[in-house]
Design a protein around this ligand. Sequence first.
Ligand code: ATP
Length: 363
Amino acid sequence: MSHAVIIKKAVKKYGNFTALNGVDLEIRPGEFFTLLGPSGCGKTTLLRMIAGFNSVDGGEICFDDKVINNLEAHKRDIGMVFQNYAIFPHLTVAENVAYGLKAKKCPKDQIPGKVEEALELVQIGQLKDRKPNELSGGQQQRVALARAFVIEPGVLLMDEPLSNLDAKLRAQMRVELAKLHKELKTTVIYVTHDQTEAMTLGTKIIVMKDGVVQQVDTPQNLYQKPGNLFVAGFMGSPQMNFLDVEIKEKGSDVVAVLGKDELVIPAAKAKTLKDGGYVGKTVVMGIRPEDVADTPNGSMSSTVKVYELLGAEVFLYFDVNGTQITARVDPGTKAKTGDPVKFDFDMEKTHFFDKDSELVITN
Ligand code: ATP
């Protein structure tokens, strides 16, 4: 049975260094939850605490309503998949998968059937008699996966399981994992620093920085409604453009002043900025590359510094009031490096952030 995982004010210290600083988290049974953040933010530390490999220096970790802070790892109802597969080299594929079942004292006569079923699910039934050194990286990772879920754990923990695979295989395995989760309905906690993986696999994502939770949300909300500058900059590639603008009232409009340009802010965002006391102040305006359009009738102008063709889309890089921005445009664009370019921002899609607190004012 899948467990809920509830984490309350979790703290982890390595000597004087605080790796996790009061993490709160609620993961529902059956959820595919991804831990996302840059290198060193504390993802693996948190996963290892859930697994029971790291001590808990403050707060609580619960499976359903049971505190498990001091429960030994092997007594927790978990399966684990690591980046480096960690399968036994001297055992065959089938023996590797059977290993956990034997350890769990599964009745002997049930083991072959369960092993076969698990190997079929990850599509390597035909390789059951091979040793790990006779398998590709992707096949080894499938063995590791089968070994983890064959014991039917209440929580499946995965630490960057796809990062040793090449880009094509990674994309393929991503789809397989999503299918597998749909089938198994186990609670999955998945560590990655790859936002594509987090966005496509996770029903919920936690974004962390320096051991502190930045936002816990659906992939869509993290992208469309980032809670602060860090999340806005971390989610999306190429990243969101950030420009310092002054907020001004002009007649009945509220405008963002950007050098000589005055951009009219849509009513709802304008009201939030006005009510928040931001008129007369400088704030950070964020706009995603796909919301910058190069058009002959554009109200702003610049010169293309770099033109990049990536098959189905083109990235244009140019300066706006001294800041380089990226526009993601149609490959039919006429603009090339060195050309003048006219463009517009889709002001409905802008985000505004407080310059000091870095928190979002309006999305
Ligand atoms: P990555 O994506 O690079 O794997 P991460 O987000 O998983 O990073 P952690 O491995 O959890 O990060 O590490 C969090 C912080 O704790 C880092 O600054 C790391 O240097 C530190 N750290 C991790 N393990 C130890 C340890 N055993 N002793 C001291 N510091 C540690």
